[in-house]
Design a protein around this ligand. Structure first.
Ligand SMILES: NC(=O)c1ccc[n+]([C@@H]2O[C@H](COP(=O)([O-])OP(=O)(O)OC[C@H]3O[C@@H](n4cnc5c(N)ncnc54)[C@H](O)[C@@H]3O)[C@@H](O)[C@H]2O)c1
Length: 416
């Protein structure tokens, strides 16, 4: 049930928090992802896993044995006096209610994505967390990837010129998502934009700031009778949306209003596609950022490596390579004399050649996934210990990702 944001009183000064003591973590929802995350949290200095809870007693017992923690009933864990931070890793529709109970009991909360399945609920949690001086962010790990920092630096450097548009295509596996899985039930998951798309709305927002959804659509898999529980029901399997972000780059920020017909919109269009329909061995993702002088691509849904191909002068090649981890430069073509002069978007620039730069964080997907899960928790715990610590992800950004997802979902449903 949603609570009105107005019903929550204005924020008061943040309550004092324990600065040096061990942070005692309680887990609610001992499923597949929680067990992956908890193994990383457990390795953080000054953190102990106090108790776990699940509506499935066998799941709770298994996690408790793995984590050497106690077992409590979910409602008891959310308010237990000896827990400082609750990690909520249940299916999305339960996040709001559980997070609210925990914050009201004085806990900090790390909520699995999405923060909530409606904007009103997400906003309510953020307001409540601020009033109580507590943490309540969603586990939006993408912005903690070193490649996310590198891409942000490339965009801000303007070395490739302005960003013109972006594209993220996520052809994800559904092999582990049988017909009875909660993922397909929109009243539990919130739909693909909300359950999954929030990660990428947040990642792109970390590069380009606030965006707006301008178009969206979805497709459903027709009923497949005879394939088991849930199979006879049609399920949403593919969603797409296009969003607009503020222009990137100095040149676009100084657009002469006398240019153009005045009827268009300046800004960067970014297209997101998420589908869950592939065998696990064909699971694949690609992010493409197209700039005036070339393009940058990232691979995997937690990106592990990327490629950049651009027309650059020698100084820009060196400066770009400096921004990318473990960069390896290959000169594809070299230009001399007049061939050095290149034009695009009514502008000219010089390029000494066409280069390809590959880069990598030097770990496989699971290795980086573990790192970003750990780093997000460490960042939030640093803030819990010291409110002056500047977090990379806040409640406001967690809410913003839900707002984008819900706007896209509404538009996709309206499109039929
Ligand atoms: N941040 C990420 O990269 C990432 C990756 C995968 C999943 N997730 C998120 O993690 C959450 C869980 O996903 P999962 O794949 O682990 O699901 P899962 O189905 O494997 O696990 C969910 C667990 O919660 C338990 N549960 C359900 N309702 C409960 C309740 N009311 N109280 C207590 N326990 C309850 C279930 O019994 C189950 O053990 C989802 O929100 C999902 O979107 C995040």
């Amino acid at each position: 049930m949603s609570a009105s944001v107005d019903a929550i009183a204005a924020p008061e000064p943040r309550a004092a928090v324990r600065t040096t003591a061990t942070i005692r973590v309680g887990l609610v929802g001992c499923g597949a992802f929680a067990r992956f995350s908890m193994a990383r949290y457990r390795a953080l200095p000054g953190v102990t896993i106090q108790a776990v809870a699940d509506i499935d007693p066998a799941a709770a017992q298994r996690a408790a044995a793995e984590l050497e923690a106690g077992v409590l009933a979910p409602e008891a864990l959310l308010v237990a006096p000896d827990i400082d931070l609750v990690y909520i890793a249940t299916p999305p529709a339960t996040h709001f209610h559980q997070a609210r109970l925990a914050i009201e009991a004085g806990k900090h909360v790390l909520v699995e994505k999405p923060l909530a399945t409606t904007v009103a609920d997400a906003e309510t949690l953020a307001v409540l967390a601020e009033r109580e001086g507590r943490c309540c962010v969603a586990n939006l790990v993408e912005r903690y990837n070193p490649l996310a920092d590198a891409v942000r630096d490339v965009i801000r450097s303007n070395l490739l010129g302005d960003l013109v548009h972006g594209l993220f295509v996520n052809d994800a596996a559904d092999e582990g998502l049988g017909p009875g899985h909660w993922f397909w039930n929109r009243s539990v998951s919130g739909g693909i934009f909300v359950e999954h798309g929030v990660h990428f709305f947040d990642l792109v927002a970390s590069w380009l700031g606030h965006g707006e959804v301008v178009a969206a659509a979805r497709s459903v898999r027709p009923p497949r009778p005879g394939c088991g529980n849930g199979g006879p029901t049609a399920v949403e399997e593919q969603v797409m949306c296009t969003c607009r972000y503020a222009p990137s780059g100095a040149a676009s920020r100084t657009v002469d209003p006398a240019c153009g017909d005045g009827n268009g919109h300046a800004g960067v269009l970014f297209h997101f596609e998420h589908g869950f329909h592939q065998p696990s061995r064909m699971d694949r993702q690609e992010m493409r950022l197209v700039f005036e002088r070339g393009e940058l691509r990232l691979f995997d849904w937690v990106p592990t490596h990327g490629e950049l191909r651009a027309l650059l002068d020698d100084a820009a090649v060196a400066a770009t390579a400096d921004l990318l981890p473990a960069a390896s430069v290959r000169r594809v073509d070299r230009y001399e004399g007049d061939a050095r002069h290149v034009r695009g978007r009514f502008r000219g620039f010089d390029a000494s050649g066409l280069v390809e730069i590959t880069f990598t964080v030097g770990k496989d997907k699971l290795g980086i996934y573990g790192d970003v899960v750990r780093d997000l928790a460490a960042d939030q715990i640093a803030w819990i210990r010291d409110p002056a610590h500047r977090r990379r992800l806040t409640e406001a950004e967690s809410v913003a990702s839900v707002a984008m997802a819900c706007a896209a979902d509404r538009m996709a449903l309206a499109a039929g």
